[in-house]
Design a protein around this ligand. Structure first.
Ligand SMILES: NC(=O)c1ccc[n+]([C@@H]2O[C@H](COP(=O)([O-])OP(=O)(O)OC[C@H]3O[C@@H](n4cnc5c(N)ncnc54)[C@H](O)[C@@H]3O)[C@@H](O)[C@H]2O)c1
Length: 295
């Protein structure tokens, strides 16, 4: 099956990024959101990003115009009636996702593939909301989508081999490296990264080294671009906490038990960079050790 048109549901951070890489790969993209302002913002953001490339000379104005012409704003799920693939990127809420897919199952043509970008909800549980379970799959992009090279392709229990092949080809055309993973909590990257982050939290709690030194060590010694604490602040401690809770519940393995200090920071509303404070203090505009709490 050849994919020509793709309908993206949810025009937030991930949805807009997916629309961008899809259009850059030559697909006809539809960008839909329950909030029309989000679609406008998403398309405006893509244009701004690509304009910077034109200014730098890494993209021609012609290529920008061609890419933008492939992105259509949508205000109705009915616009998905004739597309070949749907990629959903709405809030991380299982009931919301199931509701959208059961509607899309009735709207989309029979051979249309349905994909979700969820990072933590079992793909098989969302697939249960549709009849075409063989055409239901996970496409887990990483943020920011135009920059990060990986797309994990997640096989739900009834996903067909053909669906996997078709979707992998789409992701590769979008410039992504693809890997196929089973439908397990955290898939590959979030599972391994979470175990690493939990070990870093343990080192901190045991007093092995300071937060700053653990980050410094992992950057200089393991060549990680960011230390585990810096990365947690960047992603958001609430997101980190919810990923760990999902892994802990899924594997019933204490290795993933959310760290108590992390839990306290989340309860206190210190969620990382986005709130100005997390494992570090960013309120001065620079990353500094926290002096108002004792870890
Ligand atoms: N942000 C990340 O780092 C990241 C990485 C990988 C996967 N994900 C997953 O991608 C999904 C989206 O994440 P995000 O960070 O882009 O979220 P976001 O909050 O930036 O965007 C979500 C969008 O969904 C829209 N929406 C809500 N209800 C809707 C509905 N009924 N119909 C259509 N649109 C609706 C919202 O208006 C919003 O614009 C989540 O499932 C998340 O787990 C996120």
């Amino acid at each position: 099956m050849e994919i020509k048109s793709i309908f993206v549901v949810g025009a937030g951070f991930m949805g807009a990024g997916i629309a961008q890489v899809g259009a850059q790969a030559g697909y006809e993209m539809y960008l839909f959101d329950i909030a029309p302002a989000a679609v406008e913002k998403g398309i405006g953001g893509i244009k701004k990003l690509l304009s910077k490339k034109v200014e730098k000379g890494t993209m021609t104005q012609e290529a920008l115009d061609g890419t933008m012409a492939l992105i259509k704003a949508s205000t109705s799920l009915d616009d998905a009636a004739n597309v070949d693939l749907v990629i959903e990127a709405v809030y991380e809420n299982a009931d919301l996702k199931k509701d959208i897919f059961s509607k899309l199952d009735a709207i989309c043509k029979p051979d249309c593939i349905l994909a979700t970008n969820t990072s933590s909800i079992p793909i098989t549980s969302i697939a249960a909301a549709v009849k075409r379970t063989d055409k239901f799959i996970g496409m887990h992009f990483f943020s920011p989508v135009p920059v990060m090279r990986l797309c994990e392709i997640i096989r739900a229990i009834k996903t067909s081999d053909e669906t996997i092949e078709v979707v992998a080809e789409v992701a590769q055309k979008m410039g992504k490296v693809t890997v196929v993973a089973k439908d397990v909590p955290g898939f590959i990257v979030n599972r391994i990264n979470s175990a690493l982050r939990c070990e870093a939290y343990k080192c901190m709690e045991e007093g092995v080294a300071s937060i700053e030194d653990i980050d410094k060590a992992m950057k200089a010694g393991a060549n990680h671009p960011m230390g585990p604490f810096e990365l947690a602040d960047f992603v958001g401690l609430d997101v980190n906490y919810s990923v760990l809770s999902t892994l802990y519940a899924g594997y019933k393995d204490s290795k993933f038990a959310p760290n108590l200090t992390l839990e306290k920071l989340v309860i206190a509303g210190d969620l990382g960079r986005k709130t100005g404070k997390g494992w570090y203090d960013y309120t001065s505009g620079e990353k500094k050790p926290r002096t108002d709490v004792k870890f």
